[in-house]
Design a protein around this ligand. Structure first.
Ligand code: ZN
Length: 334
């Protein structure tokens, strides 16, 4: 009888680790706050393009495997389920013409993978809104920061995950959002959606000469949004100190002045040394330092709230190693 009671107790104790964010856990909220929510779906292991295409499931598979065997991360990560995304949530950013064309052109299977990416980011938002966690990493693919409303895939992106999350968080009461994009490529989609919006600060480091050819540093925003769009061009060969300098000189002071309620990261690891598509020389230590600076901003003004979303990164070993370091630092610096 006593054994049965203990078993039931243990079961109830671990139950919250497996339940959705819509259910209040029996610990209350504080117990999980120092842990990182991890959002991943087997749908992300489904190919979208041809096997030889750089955007393939291997770029995420190895990262997930490494996280699962890392003792420190295992102790500090909670795997949460992913909810589906509604049409109205996609409409926060996209037009119905874009949504319908994506489904029609690429079919239900690919549309489902791309929508699951949005669902993963919104699930992370829900978990933080409900006080289950303060930080999350979304290990999703395909990326999203190039998606606009042209009714087609742009730079491997279908739906702009981070922009949808921004609008969603604002609807839920977070007024000012800081988006940091350290992908090798400029986040043209994200810039497009918030270019005249003073409630969203967009900071992007990128190689202006690479795809999609946008990211001119003289483009600083429009109307009331002037000054809230920060483009930093880094040339081929840029290394840790180049990108860290950009973060310390051009992001940190402006971001602290802006005082965001929430920080989102377009975490592209194609800015890493040895990437298939990029030519920067940033290594794991560089991403650790960028994570630290981002954390300092968030700790000072946004209650430590950060959602980091995987964007590019086309060297599976490199992505795995940097994602591991990045998540480690998200935990340590909170
Ligand atoms: Zn990229």
């Amino acid at each position: 009888m006593y054994k049965k009671y203990v078993r039931r107790k243990i079961f109830r104790l671990f139950l919250p680790l497996f339940i959705s964010c819509n259910v209040t856990n029996i610990f209350g909220n504080s117990k999980f706050l120092k842990k990182i929510g991890f959002f991943f779906s087997p749908f992300f292991l489904d190919p979208i393009f041809k096997e030889t295409h750089p955007e393939n499931p291997n770029r995420i598979k190895l990262a997930v495997t490494r996280i699962k065997v890392n003792a420190f991360l295992k102790k500090n990560i909670i795997f949460f389920p992913i909810r589906s995304v509604s049409e109205n949530e996609l409409l926060l950013i996209h037009t119905s013409i874009h949504i319908n064309k994506i489904r029609k052109t690429y079919g239900n299977r690919i549309d489902k993978i791309a929508r699951t990416g949005v669902g993963a980011v919104l699930s992370a938002c829900d978990c933080i809104i409900e006080g289950k966690i303060s930080r999350a990493f979304v290990a999703s693919r395909p990326p999203g920061h190039h998606a606009i409303n042209y009714g087609r895939e742009e730079g491997f992106c279908f739906y702009n995950n981070i922009s949808i999350a921004t609008k969603y968080l604002q609807k839920k009461g977070f007024r000012k959002i800081l988006i940091i994009d350290w992908d090798y490529h400029h986040g043209d989609g994200t810039e497009h959606f918030f270019y005249d919006d003073p409630s969203v600060m967009f900071f992007s480091t990128h190689d202006w000469s690479a795809y999609p050819g946008t990211g001119d540093p003289s483009r600083k925003g429009k109307g009331k949004g002037k000054g809230y769009n920060i483009n930093i061009h880094l040339p081929c060969g840029s290394n840790n100190s180049d990108i860290e300098r950009a973060f310390l000189n051009h992001l940190k002071p402006k971001a602290l002045d802006f005082a965001p309620d929430f920080v989102l990261i377009s975490a592209g690891f194609d800015s890493r040394d040895g990437d298939l598509l990029g030519c920067f020389k940033i290594n794991d230590e560089g991403y650790r330092n960028l994570t630290k600076i981002t954390s300092e901003i968030s700790n000072q003004s946004a209650g430590g709230r950060i959602i980091s979303i995987l964007e590019g990164g086309y060297n599976p070993n490199g992505v795995a190693s940097s994602v591991e370091t990045h998540i480690e630092e998200l935990i340590l610096s909170y």
